[in-house]
Design a binder for this molecule. Structure first.
Ligand SMILES: [Zn+2]
Length: 311
């Protein structure tokens, strides 16, 4: 309730000319393959400037209805995404797949009460534990952009099948993990479009707060074996080759080795944060902030493992 009042207050002062709470995400549905569209997000951190429009959400217009992959970071985002979808088709959104439990991927659920929403069983468990605190966190990061956003996860159904025909689109569901405890990737075998969720970042440093890097690297190996025409990463540009998979693998491997070695060498957390970053990663968006975050939460994990080995 407090959140709603904050927003109303902002809108009121907006109407008096002091500030304007502009929550136009300027979403553009980009056609990438037959019946297949992506709202490409910015390669930025979740902020007051972008309102959380930092990820790629996608939809497939099938004969049966629209399939949406991730519902986005806020109520406003999902409302605008729904309006953009309605401009392309009069078919309703019938199914939504939530690729994993991070807040930019599921906070638009409430806009689609008539759709069946699916996620991997472990993702549902994680959402039950973390969704409310994730919501508090994004309100802090993006404030009025989050107006009206609520956690809507109770109707999410566990995804148990590994393939399905929806309309004329044959979808294959890949049960993977590593970015979080459960990560869903989807291959549309009809168009050859592979939606990887956040297992793949493209030209943007990966986020690792809930990562198991070993499991993540194994998932990347599996993704690399798949024949696809186009790859839609969770964050970053769509491409027709495996380069974003390789890039994510190389970055994670470097991150893992660097922090591990630094802990063994007795470097302080601060010293690790200030280590030089190899040339090949210099152009990744949000590199500095993501690297710092990764060091802050992964350094203690390696430190603990090292101490346990010594003991
Ligand atoms: Zn994520």
């Amino acid at each position: 309730m407090i959140k709603i009042f904050t927003t109303i207050f902002l809108l009121i002062i907006g109407s008096t000319g002091f500030a304007i709470a502009d929550t136009d995400y300027q979403l553009h549905a980009e056609l990438i393959a037959k019946n297949t569209y992506v709202f490409i997000g910015k390669k930025e951190d979740f902020s007051m400037v972008n309102g959380g429009n930092i990820l790629n959400t996608a939809f497939i217009v099938t004969n049966e209805g629209v399939v949406l992959i991730d519902s986005g970071p806020s109520y406003q985002y999902a409302l605008q995404a729904k309006a953009a979808i309605n401009e392309i088709t009069d078919k309703p959104v019938i199914k939504i797949f939530i690729t994993h439990s991070h807040p930019d991927h599921f906070l638009g659920n409430q806009v689609f009460p008539d759709a069946s929403i699916y996620a991997l069983p472990t993702t549902i468990r994680e959402l039950k534990t973390n969704a409310e605190s994730f919501l508090d966190n994004v309100y802090r990061l993006a404030d009025y952009w989050m107006a009206g956003t609520e956690v809507s996860i109770n109707s999410i159904l566990p995804l148990n099948s590994t393939s399905e025909l929806i309309g004329e689109h044959s979808l294959r569901y890949l049960f993977l993990k590593g970015h979080t405890a459960a990560d869903l990737a989807i291959l549309d075998e009809t168009t050859g479009v592979l939606f990887t969720g956040d297992l793949v970042f493209h030209n943007r440093a990966a986020t690792t707060p809930h990562a198991n890097i070993e499991a993540w690297l194994l998932s990347l190996d599996k993704l690399e074996q798949i024949r696809f025409n186009l790859l839609v990463p969770g964050h970053g540009e769509v491409t027709g080759n495996i380069s974003p998979i390789k890039q994510t693998r190389e970055y994670l491997t470097w991150l893992d080795v660097t922090i591990k070695r630094s802990v063994m060498d007795g470097l302080s957390m601060n010293e690790v944060i200030n280590l030089p970053v190899p040339e090949q990663f210099q152009n990744l968006a949000v590199l500095k902030s993501e690297f710092m975050r990764s060091v802050i939460h992964r350094y203690p994990i390696y430190e603990k493992t090292l101490f346990e080995q010594i003991e």
